[in-house]
Design a protein around this ligand. Structure first.
Ligand code: ADP
Ligand code: 5GP
Length: 205
């Protein structure tokens, strides 16, 4: 049986990673890895579905047992991808999706060279800030700050294999499906620089 493929989705907060990944799971295209975290469960989140919410001790135990594919500390909380369920699914031929931040994505690529790294972009920064407002999780001050600093994140696109612009959701999901079937062009340096310039120009307007 063929091994499944590992797909890693990153990109600025609000770009739509979670929305796209949920749709891929709903359509039965791939399985989503559930991360373990030491952060508190937010209203609306479902334990063991949104995340495995664990104590700092349990998280440390899992590190000591070499139980993570990768893990990272973000704003004082730890997040990690449990290794066993991912490897089991891949062995059964299922494609697996990780929705993780960029440092974690780089660590996955180091450990699994075959992993496919996908960067999700908003069509422009105005749409990004509108989506963050619509999601209602951040204050206006946080949204302004995030939108200004997002360019530093977008510069990391050079380290990714593919990018998806999430304008219309159905189009973005179809693009991911095309990408998974090998119909997409990989990011090269010229393409990455063009994308960075486009968002930088919007900031200078
Ligand atoms: P991320 O996981 O990248 O932080 P989310 O998936 O939470 O982003 O999306 C941020 C907000 O934007 C959510 O409120 C979501 O419903 C909305 N959203 C995501 N994709 C689209 C889209 N293609 N069109 C319109 N709204 C979208
Ligand atoms: P949040 O607390 O908003 O759910 O997530 C914060 C950040 O952690 C997001 O960028 C999310 O993609 C990332 N994240 C979630 N799970 C993991 C994980 O298992 N590993 C890594 N490295 N990052 C993760």
């Amino acid at each position: 049986m063929n091994q499944g493929r590992l797909y890693v989705f990153s990109g600025p907060s609000g770009a739509g990673k979670g929305t796209i990944c949920s749709k891929l799971v709903e359509d039965g295209i791939a399985d989503l890895s559930i991360s373990m975290t030491t952060r508190e469960c937010r209203p609306g989140e479902i334990p063991n579905q949104s995340y495995y919410f664990v104590s700092k001790e349990k998280f440390q135990e899992t590190i000591d047992e070499n139980g993570f594919l990768e893990w990272a500390e973000i704003y004082g909380n730890r997040y990690g991808t449990p290794k066993a369920p991912v490897l089991e699914k891949l062995a059964k031929g299922r494609d697996v999706i990780l929705e993780i931040e960029m440092q974690g994505a780089m660590n996955v690529k180091k450990a699994y060279n075959d992993a496919v790294l996908i960067f999700v972009l908003p069509p422009n920064l105005k749409v990004l800030s509108d989506r963050l407002r619509g999601r209602g999780r951040d204050t206006e001050e946080q949204i302004q700050l995030r939108t200004k600093s997002v360019i530093e994140e977008i510069k990391k696109i050079v380290d990714y294999d593919y990018y998806i612009i999430n304008g219309d959701l159905d189009v973005a999901v179809k693009d991911v499906e095309k990408l998974m079937s090998g119909e997409f062009k990989k990011i090269d340096n010229a393409a990455a620089q063009k994308i960075i310039k486009k968002y930088e120009e919007e900031l200078q307007l």
